[in-house]
Design a protein around this ligand. Structure first.
Ligand code: 1PR
Length: 576
């Protein structure tokens, strides 16, 4: 094997393209291990994973990979697991009772409690120092320096996305390299023992900090026994932090996320462009466009803009393919190509929305939403966002009296790729009513912004097909139904606020935030850095998204983060 080659176990677990891209960026070649012999013969092995414990173990077992992975680990060659890759090393998981893991780490994976926080944990958090009495501080400091590239100077943020975690117990002690705290729970976020290194976070999605972690693994030969504390000259390597910097009190460092959103569609000339609407109308005033309509607004090229936002410090990038309800996404090669090319140079999470539903292609072949989503994941997406189909699925669920039947796109994608990979994009608009009764059973609020006829109440109606069709479903019905079906996050747009720069619709966001226990992304209306601080402080959302102000360079992402930091919020530095 060439010295700069690494093997990666591919068992169909979500977005492995990002890991391949990150390793390639570091000048290494990834060879995909697609047979038990490939695994046995590898010299350095990456074991990635996105998704759910049960489906991951099923895929590993059905391919006959379990024993070869254990044999590989026992051989002492370097091994790195990521996310479900670390969890699969455990004995089992609450996520899939009765399903055995690989049994390398003596632990059972547990679900986070959602009593004090949203679950899944989605976002950037720190890998803290371990303060267990009988773990050698010097040992962990050295390993952290070598593998996590921590130098004791301040916090380094990594991207986490998971509902289940490895608890810190007596049994896991000897494995722990770092812990992370989310809400009131401290869990194992990285392990190292002998030749095994594994992280709960995604280095391939953690910006430059994550690339450094991957580089450490690729370039160091981790083997048992633990390396000596001194270098060749008998001196302790200088980057090792003195023990006084140890973090002894666990602290939740989860950042507030700032997301850049790119609405993408073909313009009248057929080119894929980033566009931006005012209350969902993306065309300029009537004039020279097709059929006498105004031109589709063109704010730039999708891949270039996404790269710019990554470099400017966006914590995530979201693409919404806004006209895909008309098209067949599997035939939408340009959009898949946009994802592939973006994931080559953007090392933060990518979400893609638009057209995730069962489709019939031009040849008459039917493809399930799960297949459509799978194609997006293989092209570089970390999460898919479902709009119209989530509305129809919720209506069907309600008409069945709330009984799950496993057939919806949300349930199927969530089972296969994990809840954290399923975002629900909500396109609501206000319906004003004179009294709560006039809302006919919909979740109504008393609003501080009365309607055109002085109405003091409103409810938020869900729409489909990019806001073109209103349905008899409110946002509380939609979001709670989707949470029940297994969605992991809500992207909450607002048609009334979209493109107005007047601030987020706090009333809408509060209503949804208090109805669900999964993370909520506020969207639509951002015009100033202050709007971000206000939406975080007044609604408790986990993330805030904006489009127009970033595209038009009115507000740099850096200014948003500076303002949030000044207001006491934890944010990921833009250059990390
Ligand atoms: O229904 O599953 O095929 O998904 C279609 C997706 O396309 C949905 O996520 C839907 O929100 C989106 N979409 C459809 N039409 C439009 C449109 O604008 N005409 N975009 C559209 C939604 C809203 C946000 C926007 C924020 C922030 N646009 O994406 O980025 O409002 O904007 P701002 O900061 O400038 O105010 P399916």
């Amino acid at each position: 094997m060439a010295s700069n080659e690494v093997w990666m176990v591919d068992y169909g677990a979500g977005n492995v393209r990002s890991l391949i891209n990150a390793v390639s960026k570091l000048g290494w070649k990834v060879r995909v291990a697609s047979s038990p012999d490939d695994i046995r013969n590898a010299q350095k092995l990456l074991f990635p994973g996105v998704g759910a414990f049960g489906s991951a173990m099923e895929a590993i077992n059905s391919r006959g990979y379990a024993q070869p992975i254990k044999d590989y680990i026992n051989s002492g060659r370097p091994f790195m697991g990521i996310c479900i890759g670390i969890q699969s090393l455990c004995e089992g998981s609450e996520e899939a009772p009765g399903v055995s893991g690989l049994g390398v780490i003596p632990a059972t994976v547990q679900r986070f409690s959602n009593a004090d926080k949203a679950v899944p944990q989605i976002g950037w958090n720190c890998a803290d120092e371990v303060s267990l009495a009988d773990v050698s501080k010097e040992r962990t400091l050295l390993e952290r320096t070598q593998l996590l590239n921590h130098n004791g100077k301040g916090e380094t943020f990594y991207y986490f996305v998971h509902s289940y975690m490895i608890p810190l117990t007596e049994r896991t002690k000897e494995w722990v390299l770092s812990t992370t705290t989310y809400g009131g729970e401290t869990f194992v976020s990285a392990v190292r023992k002998g030749n095994v290194f594994a992280t709960q976070f995604h280095p391939e999605k953690s910006g430059f900090a994550g690339l450094r972690v991957l580089k450490s693994f690729l370039t160091s030969d981790i083997v048992d026994p633990v390396p000596s504390l001194t270098n060749g000259n008998g001196q302790v390597p200088p980057a090792v932090a003195p023990p006084t910097t140890l973090q002894l009190a666990p602290k939740d460092h989860l950042t507030k996320r700032v997301i850049a959103c790119l609405d993408v569609r073909a313009n009248d000339a057929g080119d894929l462009v980033v566009t931006k609407g005012d209350q969902y109308d993306v065309r300029e005033k009537p004039g020279d466009g097709a059929d006498g309509k105004g031109e589709v607004r063109n704010l730039g090229k999708p891949v270039d803009l996404a790269r710019r936002y990554f470099e400017e410090g966006a914590d995530e990038v979201t693409f919404l393919n806004i006209t895909s309800f008309r098209n067949v996404p599997l035939a939408d090669v340009p959009m898949l190509e946009v994802l592939r090319r973006t994931s080559e140079s953007v090392f933060v999470p990518l979400t893609i929305g638009g057209g995730i539903r069962d489709v019939t292609d031009p040849s008459g072949a039917v493809h399930s939403a799960l297949e459509v989503a799978g194609e997006y994941f293989r092209s570089g997406a970390d999460k898919v966002s479902i709009g119209s189909d989530a509305v129809f699925a919720s209506e069907a669920l309600i008409s069945r009296g709330g009984k799950l039947d496993g057939t919806t796109s949300i349930e199927q994608i969530s089972w296969a790729y994990g809840a954290q990979a399923v975002v629900i994009s909500v396109d609501p608009r206000r319906v004003y009513v004179a009294s709560p009764e006039a809302a006919l059973g919909h979740a109504v609020i008393e609003t501080a912004f009365p309607g055109p006829n002085g109405e003091r109440f409103c409810w938020y109606q869900c729409t489909v097909k990019g806001g073109r069709e209103g349905r008899d479903l409110d946002v509380v019905q939609l979001t709670t139904s989707c949470e029940k079906m297994g969605a992991g996050e809500i992207l909450l747009n607002c048609m009334d606020k979209d493109g107005t720069n007047s601030g987020y619709d706090l009333e809408l966001i509060r209503q949804v935030k208090s109805a669900v226990r999964i993370p909520v992304i506020a969207s639509s209306g951002a015009g100033h850095p202050q709007h971000f601080a206000v939406v975080f402080e007044e609604t408790g959302v986990e993330a805030a998204l904006a489009a127009g102000i970033f595209h038009r360079r009115e507000v740099p992402i850096e200014d948003v983060k500076k303002h949030l930091k000044a207001k006491g919020h934890i944010v990921r530095p833009v250059d990390s």
